[in-house]
Design a binder for this molecule. Structure first.
Ligand SMILES: NC(=O)c1ccc[n+]([C@@H]2O[C@H](COP(=O)([O-])OP(=O)(O)OC[C@H]3O[C@@H](n4cnc5c(N)ncnc54)[C@H](OP(=O)(O)O)[C@@H]3O)[C@@H](O)[C@H]2O)c1
Length: 369
């Protein structure tokens, strides 16, 4: 592994002297895929060359087939790309080694591992391979050391798979990391209020969700409980030793466009005050060497009693390329010796495509690409 020697990464993100890395997005027409495409367009290190979707979309122009539902206008140029099918030759012809995956889990499971066997570096949002022993479940500014797990994969494959977590877990783990480091956590109770874009496109039928709340999201509570333990676990020579923290989750779908709100109750090993919690959260800096998509501050603490709210806070994060990459936390309160707060995460940015891109940036910086 050759570690790159860029000291102040933010300053040299323009890549005047380095060629950009050619990349593809598979599952490019869905809710996460579209977010990938938007974030990769004009990226300082990565050059989006191929967009892939299912057979029904193949051969169409991206503009015609992607029902662009992002707030932003589809950037000029993206729309003219041809939609391809998953084919290693297409990637090789375009000199692509790095692939971002937004495939449905059932398809992702084998496709991603096959691509890794063929030498591709796959950064995935799908849940299918997240809990595999040697697959990092990575949030670059939370558990960057876990990236080294790919060394195990490289013993049997010429490429590798790196996953990012479930979108609710990413918000929760971001908040828990500095708190666990500072005070030690015994257990966590979390209730989520999850946006519609978390169900993909077109997602939940309008008659099920208009003026309603659905207190069930398939497999979500189980994912939150197990993925959190892996992310907060310890890297050892034989893999990840999962954290013993118990997480109890309840999840509901609410009629919000983007942004998962979570009510979190934390039981610490020691007595902790509201002020200590605020300091630990707002002082967390994340990666020492910032990458283009990593936020200056991964956590923003608000003192406003009525926040965070999706409508106001979902795009928090600096600089411009890291909009939507900060988790906003408010209403921090000590209740019967435990600490309760609300957090908000942009589910398709920090909770999906943005996190995956930040992970790939870390991999590039650490010499894994
Ligand atoms: N939405 C979120 O907030 C979120 C957050 C974290 C993780 N995730 C995970 O990210 C993945 C994508 O989620 P999503 O919400 O974007 O789903 P989605 O809106 O349903 O999009 C699925 C994408 O996969 C493509 N696809 C389906 N079958 C395919 C095949 N056989 N070959 C190639 N492409 C195929 C679809 O293309 P067509 O348009 O041609 O059908 C579409 O581009 C899922 O694994 C999901 O669990 C989602």
């Amino acid at each position: 592994m050759k570690k790159r020697k860029y000291s102040i990464y933010r300053e040299c993100q323009g890549r005047e002297n380095l060629d950009k890395i050619p990349v593809a997005v598979i599952g490019a027409t869905g809710a996460v895929g579209q977010r990938f495409v938007a974030l990769l367009w004009g990226h300082p290190w990565f050059d989006l060359r191929v967009v892939v979707a299912s057979g029904k979309s193949q051969g169409h122009i991206y503009r015609d087939i992607a029902s662009w539902r992002l707030k932003e206008i589809m950037p000029e140029g993206i729309g003219e790309m041809n939609v391809e099918q998953i084919h290693p030759k297409t990637f090789k012809d375009k000199e692509i080694k790095l692939i971002f995956s937004a495939l449905p889990p059932k398809i992702a499971k084998d496709v991603e591992m096959d691509l890794a066997s063929l030498g591709f570096f796959v950064f995935s949002n799908a849940s299918a391979n997240r809990m595999a022993d040697y697959v990092p479940l990575l949030i670059a500014d939370i558990n960057p050391d876990h990236l080294a797990l790919v060394e195990h994969q490289k013993k049997t494959k010429s490429g590798y798979v790196v996953t990012n977590a479930n979108c609710s877990v990413t918000g929760l783990a971001t908040a828990l990391k500095p708190l666990h480091e500072a005070f030690g956590i015994k257990s966590v109770v979390v209730t989520t209020y999850q946006a519609l874009s978390g169900a993909g496109y077109p997602g939940v039928p309008s008659l099920d969700i208009t003026g309603n709340i659905v207190p069930y999201i398939q497999s979500e509570e189980e994912k939150i409980e197990v993925e959190c333990r892996k992310i907060l676990g310890k890297l050892t020579d034989s893999g990840i030793e999962h954290s013993p923290i118990n997480v109890y989750a309840s999840c509901a779908r609410v009629p919000v466009r983007d942004g998962h709100l979570e009510s979190v109750l934390v039981d610490f090993k020691e007595d902790v005050s509201e002020e200590e919690v605020k300091r630990a959260l707002s002082g967390y800096e994340g990666l020492d060497n910032k990458t283009p998509t990593s936020p200056k501050r991964p956590i923003i603490v608000t003192e406003d009693e009525s926040r965070p709210q999706p409508i106001f806070d979902v795009y928090n994060g600096e600089p411009e390329r890291a909009r939507g990459m900060a988790v906003t936390i408010g209403r921090i309160k000590r209740i019967h010796g435990k600490i309760r707060f609300y957090l908000l995460i942009h589910n398709t940015v920090r909770g999906a495509a943005g996190c995956s891109i930040m992970n790939a940036e870390l991999a590039e910086m650490e010499g894994y690409i």
